[in-house]
Design a protein around this ligand. Structure first.
Ligand SMILES: C[S@@+](CC[C@H](N)C(=O)[O-])C[C@H]1O[C@@H](n2cnc3c(N)ncnc32)[C@H](O)[C@@H]1O
Length: 281
């Protein structure tokens, strides 16, 4: 079911009228695809969808969750994690404490990946880890740290690639047992993070559009991977500006593999490979 730009606008306004959610600055392309899918799944036309949104708050909350893309995995883009280790964490390891914020953490795999890496580097104890998302369903999954094993078989190869292989010296491999960090139960199709990892992060709902419910901290590292791609340029820049204000001097901003600071003032961040380091101006 194809919808027009005007339909997208009707949808955005209907959501805005009955809630605090605002999709005005989301990228049109991805929003269009998502709304079209919602129409098919709910077997309604746009008018029907809007009527349901206006009448049924639970339906509206579900729609908001369906609109946002939650794809994630343990050590997503493994080659990037080697760089995070060398070019980001290594640079901060002498700080007395390290504050980290995962903005748009989805079901938490990114949070646990970094926590595992920090533990391997002997730094986990001095880290304070905060993580947020718009979607409360994914946050509940994140807090439990329990995932389907079958769907996520590549978790183990990512883990091996990041933690066991030394990308700077391939002849050297490091033995790290999976059970140090998670338990795999093939019979019940589960992979569950160990308690010391689950207890470490503080998860909460935070909408990057509104920047409400903030953590009120200065962060040494902010990760916002594969979130900005769903926003238009104006919202991207607003969010990046906010991150800039909430980073410590020479703090790091880590975006997704295919994201960049295009259009953002060049004198505010130093580009370090795939990462951005705050310049104090
Ligand atoms: C594709 S996931 C990225 C997960 C993880 N960072 C990664 O790279 O694997 C995008 C996440 O951004 C969240 N998101 C979308 N819009 C948001 C907003 N306005 N505020 C906070 N989170 C948002 C979605 O709910 C989703 O969980």
């Amino acid at each position: 079911m194809e919808i027009s730009e005007q339909d997208i606008q009707f949808f955005i306004n209907a959501v805005k009228d009955v809630s605090t959610y605002n999709f005005s600055d989301y990228s049109d392309k991805s929003l269009k695809r998502r709304i079209e899918r919602l129409l098919v799944e709910n077997k309604v036309n746009l008018k029907g969808l809007i009527l349901k949104i206006q009448k049924d708050n639970a339906f509206l909350e579900q729609i908001v969750k369906d609109i946002t893309v939650n794809t994630t995995e343990l050590f997503r883009d493994p080659e990037v994690w080697q760089e995070i280790r060398q070019r980001v964490i290594n640079k901060l390891k002498d700080r007395k404490s390290i504050n980290i914020w995962h903005a748009g953490c989805s079901t938490g795999q990114e949070v646990y990946s970094l926590a595992i890496m920090l533990n391997e580097m002997g730094l986990l104890d001095k880290c304070n880890i905060y993580a947020s998302d718009l979607n409360t369903d994914v946050l509940e999954v994140a807090k439990k740290g329990e995932y389907k094993y079958r769907f996520n078989l590549n978790y183990l190869s990512n883990f091996d690639q990041v933690l066991k292989e030394n990308s700077y010296n391939y002849s050297q491999s490091i033995d790290v047992n999976y059970d140090k960090y998670f338990e795999i139960d093939k019979n019940s199709d589960k992979i569950k993070m160990n308690d010391f990892l689950i207890q470490k992060p503080f998860f909460k709902k935070l909408d990057l559009v509104k920047m409400d419910n903030l953590f009120y901290k200065d962060f040494d590292i902010i990760l916002c991977r594969n979130v900005l791609i769903y926003f238009n340029l104006s919202l991207q820049n607003r969010v990046i500006d906010f991150f800039y204000q909430n980073l410590t001097d020479k703090g790091f901003l880590i975006l997704g593999k295919h994201e960049s600071l295009l259009g953002y003032p060049e004198n505010k961040f130093d580009k370090k490979g795939k990462f951005y380091r705050k310049i104090d101006v």
